[in-house]
Design a binder for this molecule. Sequence first.
Ligand SMILES: Nc1ncnc2c1ncn2[C@@H]1O[C@H](COP(=O)(O)OP(=O)(O)OP(=O)(O)O)[C@@H](O)[C@H]1O
Length: 266
Amino acid sequence: MPLHAKHIGWSRGGNLVLDGVTVEPAPGETMGLLGPNGSGKSSLLTVLAGVEKPDSGEVLLDDTDIRSLRRRQIARRVATVEQHADTELDVTVTDVVRLGRIPHRGAFGGDEAADTVAIERALGHTGMLDHRHRRWHTLSGGERQRVQIARALAQEPDELLLDEPTNHLDISHQLELLALVSELPMTSYIAIHDLNLAAMFCDRVVVLDRGSIVAMGTPADVITEELVSHVYHVRAQVTLEDGIPQVSYRRAMRVAATHHAPLPRV
Ligand SMILES: Nc1ncnc2c1ncn2[C@@H]1O[C@H](COP(=O)(O)OP(=O)(O)OP(=O)(O)O)[C@@H](O)[C@H]1O
């Protein structure tokens, strides 16, 4: 069973940030995390990564509560790409991607040949091979994002946690990256704002609203005009193209937040 969350409750600053959240992807599934700003997507990813401990419920990896696993055991299986990864150090692209190999090092060092293969493959997957000697601080925002994804792939995880991985990328690289993630054999959780991209590349999506799951299922089942109106308070037209929902937003037609009662949680 892949990394999954059961009945997670988590409070911060007196607010219930995650309220009874259960997410159970199938092996290899690409699971989109949707929802407005502040709905709990990043919080769920940090709890899934074992960085934050839930107040209630549990995160399970191979049916083991990750609280009982050591950091290195988790890092060999789970790779995370955060929204704003940065470094002040004067390092090259390859140096950053090599960080992904740290969990695989034993007390007597690592396997140099395996490290090189994993690093090259990750740079190739993200189109960064030609940039491998470039210094981190000379890269554009989108190039940095691709390097962070290469670092996560070099970790050779079974589970990938991505927090808005496409927010700095041009449309061509957004499509390329999401196609790559959806085709990789690992189970992926992707927090993403773009409903059309989520519809194209996620096997299933979870919609969070104020810390609770209000919808979960295939994009075609979940991404509907009613959902966009209820959760985002925006009018949109949703059509199905080859079974994939396509959302067109209506300009200046914001639905009053009071117009609808909140969706019940699922
Ligand atoms: N450490 C914290 N202390 C206080 N509040 C927190 C903390 N971490 C998260 N929150 C609050 O929890 C809520 C969920 O935040 P989170 O970052 O998970 O949302 P999100 O869905 O990822 O939002 P966005 O789309 O803006 O990235 C927000 O209201 C946020 O202010």
